[in-house]
Design a binder for this molecule. Structure first.
Ligand code: PMP
Length: 310
């Protein structure tokens, strides 16, 4: 892989890209035992700002709690480390990827408590539109996957854990093999859940509907931001269980994620939404979101965090 940055933070040390390596017998490689985050830094008129950096690091700790991973740092230390990585690589905008994983724990699936060795790495690198520039502008053609999202009593979908992304991988892969831009999963109850790496929103009759926490989703930070920005504009947002066919009769559909940002969905399973691209509600929400970074939307929730050392 060509270097995307000069240095990566590894267990507290800024490490040259080429030296940031792990052992092939690392527990996480065999059993998917990692928790991670994705955070964007945007260039704003006031300089680079991490979007909800502290909230993302909090979610990393929540994910670690669900898996009993002892993280040998405080939240404040990892927030500071994320900032250091961006600064030291000289990025004005970036995607930050912190990951905490079980490393040298022995070969068994369940390490002895004294062998729960958690390694942490934090990389930052440039990352453009996750589903492509055209998708961001004109909308993505999505399909409903034949793969269900992970069931609630298997592994927690609310953790952003490495192993969960086997599900995302299959959903995303199947979609692309079928000629679609992204896959949308149903829960094992047959209700709408989320995209392979994005939360899902349906606009119908001026209201925004989105699968609730009970729909086997990751509680996205972009999802929460969109809900709050929409309500601030007086748009009603309802979190509920939604049937698959809500997609086919939608005025607009869009997906959200740190990497995907706010990506309109143009069609689902070959059925165009009424807007057939980014509709007026999607555009209004996207303008409010983008405005945070060019200064046209006031940062009333305190979401923009300086990346300077404190
Ligand atoms: N669901 C899944 C499965 C994801 O991978 C992501 C991306 N992290 C999201 C939802 C959106 O989460 P966020 O807005 O916090 O990036």
């Amino acid at each position: 892989m060509r270097p995307l940055a000069d240095t990566i933070w590894v267990n507290g040390e800024m490490t040259p890209w080429a030296e940031a390596k792990i052992h092939v017998l690392s527990h996480a490689l065999h059993y998917g035992t990692s928790v991670f985050e994705g955070i964007r830094v945007y260039e704003t008129p006031d300089g680079p700002r991490g979007f909800r950096l502290t909230d993302h690091v909090r979610r990393l700790f929540d994910s670690a709690r669900m898996y009993h991973f002892p993280l040998p740092y405080t939240e404040a230390e990892l927030v500071a480390a994320c900032k250091t990585v961006v600064r030291e690589n000289g990025f004005r905008s970036a995607y930050i990827r912190p990951i905490a994983f079980l490393g040298a724990c022995g070969m068994g699936v369940t390490p002895q408590p004294e062998n729960m060795n958690v390694d942490i790495a934090i990389a930052a690198f440039p990352w453009g539109a996750y589903l492509g520039d055209d998708a961001l502008k004109n909308g993505v053609d999505a399909c409903v996957s034949s793969w269900s999202r992970i069931a609630p009593n298997t592994v927690p979908s609310g953790a952003k854990a490495g192993g969960n992304y086997l599900s995302s991988y299959l959903i995303g892969r199947e979609a692309r093999v079928g000629g679609f831009g992204e896959g949308i999963a149903l829960g094992t109850d047959g209700r709408l859940s989320e995209g392979a790496g994005e939360n899902l929103f349906v606009v119908k009759d001026g209201r925004i509907l989105t699968p609730s926490a009970a729909s086997s989703i990751l509680m996205g930070i972009t999802r929460d931001s969109v809900i709050r920005l929409a309500r601030a504009q007086g748009i009603e947002v309802v979190e509920q269980t939604l049937p698959r066919e809500a997609l086919y009769v939608a005025d607009e559909v869009f997906m959200t994620g740190t990497a995907a940002e706010i990506t309109p969905v143009r069609s689902i399973d070959g059925i165009a939404t009424r807007a057939n691209g980014p509709g007026s509600v999607t555009q209004a929400i996207n303008a409010a979101f983008r405005g945070l970074f060019d200064g046209t939307t006031p940062d009333r929730f305190g979401w923009l965090e300086s990346i300077e050392a404190v």
